[in-house]
Design a protein around this ligand. Sequence first.
Ligand SMILES: [Zn+2]
Length: 381
Amino acid sequence: MSAPNKSYDPVEVEALKPEQIERMRDEALAAFAAADSLDALQEAKVAHTGGTSPLALANREIGALPPHAKADAGKRVGQARGAVNKGLAARQTELEAERDARVLVEEAVDVTLPHDRVPAGARHPLTTLSERIEDIFVAMGYEVAEGPEAEAEWFNFDALNIGPDHPARGEADTFFVATASDSGSAAGSGGTGSGVVLRTHTSPVQIRSALDRELPVYVICPGRVYRTDELDATHTPVFHQVELLAIDEGLTMADLKGTLDHMVQSLFGAEMKTRLRPNFFPFTEPSAEMDMLCYVCRGASVGNPDRPCRTCSSEGWIELGGCGMVNPRVLTACGVDPEKYSGFAFGFGIERMLMFRHNVEDMRDMVEGDVRFTRPFGMEI
Ligand SMILES: [Zn+2]
């Protein structure tokens, strides 16, 4: 840049001529107006306000002017740059407003549209009830035991004192998978050389537990069992049982009764209780049916014609399952000395318990997989 020169006339400097300054300003404003996006405006901004823009270059020439000419040229260039910056800011505001309006339209979410989220699954009420029952016994020190569903006949029947002629072994009740002759080495036969059945109760898990474990034994055996029943409102060929086995020194029916009371109180409330009625099962001696107080009328309908109860037919009690002291023959089959040890056992169906607890009237609802049935039980996972 040249030194100030008193004879220097700004009008002679091409870049500082008033019409040139106006042209630069108008070109800048026209470029801003023509910019149709914020990116285009940014380019125009660099071209017309940046360090190498015509107005910035003209501004540099002012320094070389003689003092008398500086103010005039400076004012002209300053006004032009002011107008350019104002025009730039105005166009910037316009384009930002346009962008915001466009985003609102393009990215709008219609909150009234039906959502397409896949609902999270939940566990079946039979599973949650089964685990709730397990929890009650685990809290008392019991262990949860499991076993195969295709089971050796020996575990399913013989070890439980259910002899070859017992009606429960008949084909009317049992799914036979393999006969004794063709299952000598079949999976699940346990090397007993007996046939294989789909287990008809979870009792074989008790036998396996007693054989496998050190004494004393306290196990709860939940699981799926099979009988050749037709599916109807109160029967299903596949259902769930929970069975319990305790073997220790000095166990009596009083221990059994106390355990049953604790279970129904945990499930149905503190005022619940059970009663035992004599019965016969091959694997327990003595054996009993266990009833629990009717969960609807709590016994208030008995002898009270004004308050009849449909659930218990005004009898006050509901049959829950079977129980008893483990038959010494079963203890012997498990290698336990019946002179030294005694045991108690009980078992009941989870489906039946679910029907009691939640007033389910038709067992088919539990197996049809309709979420309208399971949803009211909650989304516990
Ligand atoms: Zn009742």
